[in-house]
Design a protein around this ligand. Structure first.
Ligand SMILES: *Cc1c(COP(=O)(O)O)cnc(C)c1O
Length: 344
């Protein structure tokens, strides 16, 4: 049976070129700072995003948690979206690892407003915790992969700067935003203090993310990474794939976005009774299920019977994510399956 896996871009496998450079990578002990391939990746990443320094970390989650830990003190309050990955999907790590509490804002459209932000920043009242950090996300996962513009980002950064509060950007899919917005990554992240992006996901490296920021911030984050057990040794083996991800995969994300649009267009044109397109952003397609016809679980089951895998995204909603390991033929097969007798 043909299998078309649209659950996430995390399932992408490394390219042949990645596997070749991994086999040949020059390595050393990175805890001593002696892995030339890791050093090359960190330098390249820092330069690319226009920050002084960068740190190679095992996962996006560790990158975000290190950012929270390094920017804040225990007892601080952090401001972040109620739908943000750091709040929603990181196992409460900020509370346990950094001892901070969260103040959440409505980010159902991908970002909160400057006015909402202003209304929750703490002043120095003796009863209050200190506002230690503000977090943004781009592209925004739970808002359906939406790319947040530079204008919207800078509006929040301006409020943060005025109040002397650092800003961290969770850019797990930062380069999807960069491609969608047709902007230099440096420009997009210019006014945030730190940024994390994943080399895995759409960029297809097998493992790894980058945390970037000032030299001083990264020095402290490196120490915190060691504390968490994320100090790696001959990690040049995996950093090598990250170099290829940045060199060769960024521009290719447009292909993923084109596939998302093809899928959305095909489903729309099929005129299905039970399924409509809610939105298509970057490499995400959000489907809306008319639950009077089929439940969301029934649709997922029917698709699975035909080898098509998608994700439950809340009541009446299904998420499909396009990525490099899909072809135009795969997308057309999904449309064909939906168009079949089961879903008409
Ligand atoms: C996937 C993701 C992460 C975490 O990355 P992992 O490498 O899976 O830990 C963080 N933020 C967002 C928005 C994500 O989509």
């Amino acid at each position: 049976m043909q299998v078309v896996d649209l659950r996430s871009d995390t399932i992408t496998k490394p390219t042949l070129k990645m596997r070749e450079v991994m086999a040949q990578a020059e390595v050393g002990d990175d805890v001593y700072g002696e892995d030339p391939t890791v050093n090359r990746l960190e330098n390249m990443a820092a330069e690319l995003v226009g920050k002084e320094a960068a740190l190679f970390v095992p996962s996006g989650t560790m990158g975000n948690q290190l950012a929270v830990m390094t920017h804040t003190q225990p007892g601080d309050e952090i401001i972040l979206g109620q739908e943000s990955h750091i709040f929603y999907y990181e196992v409460g790590g900020f509370a346990k690892l950094s001892g901070v509490q969260a103040r959440t804002l409505d980010d159902s459209i991908g970002i909160f407003s400057g006015d909402d932000l202003k209304s929750v920043i703490r002043d120095d009242n003796i009863h209050y915790p200190k506002t230690g950090l503000i977090c943004l996300e781009n592209t925004h996962n739970r808002a359906g992969g939406v790319a947040i513009t530079k204008e919207k980002t800078d509006m929040i950064c301006k409020v943060a700067q005025k109040n002397n509060i650092p800003i961290h950007l969770d850019g797990a899919r930062l380069f999807n935003a960069v491609i969608q917005l047709d902007i230099e990554v440096k420009e997009l992240v210019k006014n945030v203090d730190s940024v994390m992006f994943c080399l895995s996901k759409g960029l297809a490296a097998p493992v790894g993310s980058i945390l970037a920021g000032s030299k001083e911030f990264i020095e402290q984050a490196r120490k915190n990474r060691k504390m968490l057990g994320g100090g790696m040794r001959q990690s040049g083996i995996i950093a090598a794939a990250g170099l290829i991800a940045l060199d060769e995969r960024v521009e290719e994300l447009q292909v993923d976005h084109d596939l998302a649009n093809r899928l959305a267009k095909g489903i729309k044109e099929a005129g299905l009774k039970a399924i409509d397109i809610k939105e298509v952003n970057t490499n995400f397609v959000i489907l809306e299920v008319d639950e009077d016809v089929y439940t969301t679980d029934e649709v997922l089951e029917i698709l699975a019977e035909h080898g098509v895998k998608m994700t439950y995204f809340g009541s009446g909603l299904i998420r499909a994510v396009t990525h490099k390991d899909l072809s135009v033929g795969d997308i057309d097969y999904v449309i064909e399956v939906m168009n079949g007798e089961l879903l008409v």
